[in-house]
Design a protein around this ligand. Structure first.
Ligand code: GAR
Length: 210
């Protein structure tokens, strides 16, 4: 049984999708804890209502990223995770933290990486005139939104789209893709080798379409 810790900063809808899929599909895993850097994160309520341990490490209480990450790591490691899942966790992580979880930390980013790293991805895709947009699940490395790609979800950009409509279309696919990627990992079908190459042996497609 693999232990999974999920980090959230807000709504937590991807975390919800993972928690529900884990139970519904009887993964060989348990969601050991949901941890947030924001005490008011809505996702904490869902986790508590589902009997999942929660913890808050409020970044505002720390004077440096290093001090925050050290306490975050201490809290996470209390749950001995095999996998750390960033699900709308909106903090830049220090190299020491990313090295500690190398090969066992996934993130979901709402763009077709390597395009549009960072913030405001949907607005920037619309402004660039993109006809396709999407989201990416990747292993986390020290460089923001640059780790090896595990899966991608693609949607059309439709005439009249705004940030709200485009992000909603992408989020629906995120809720299919991210649980799949986490399941691959806990079932031993997904790993990253020493050269940074993703090995996926499950046979399912790593591309998701609306
Ligand atoms: C998701 O769209 C996720 O891709 C994005 O934040 C949203 C969180 O929603 N992540 C990032 O922007 C990370 N840089 P959720 O809290 O409802 O899962």
């Amino acid at each position: 049984m693999k232990s999974v810790v999920i980090l959230v900063s807000g709504r937590g809808s991807n975390m919800e999708a993972i928690v529900k899929a884990c139970a519904a599909e009887a993964w060989p895993a348990r969601i050991a804890a949901v941890v947030s850097n924001r005490p008011s994160a809505e996702g904490l309520t869902f986790a508590q209502e589902h009997g999942i341990a929660t913890a808050v490490v409020d970044h505002q209480a720390f004077e440096s990223r290093e001090a925050f990450d050290a306490e975050l790591q201490r809290t996470i490691d209390g749950y001995a995770p095999d996998l750390l899942v960033l699900a709308g966790f909106m903090r830049i992580l220090t190299p020491g933290f990313t090295a500690h979880y190398a090969g066992r930390m996934l993130n979901i980013h709402p763009s077709l990486l390597p395009a549009f790293t960072g913030l405001h991805t949907h607005r920037r895709a619309l402004e660039a005139g993109c006809k396709l947009a999407g989201a990416t699940v990747h292993f986390v490395t020290a460089e923001l939104d640059h780790g090896a790609i595990v899966a991608q979800a693609v949607v059309p950009v439709l005439p009249g789209d705004d940030e709200a409509s485009l992000s909603a279309r992408i989020l629906k696919l995120e809720h299919r893709m991210y649980p799949s990627a986490v399941r691959w990992f806990v079932e031993g079908q997904l790993a990253i080798d020493a050269g940074g190459v993703v090995r996926h042996t499950g046979g399912e497609s790593q591309a998701f379409f609306s």
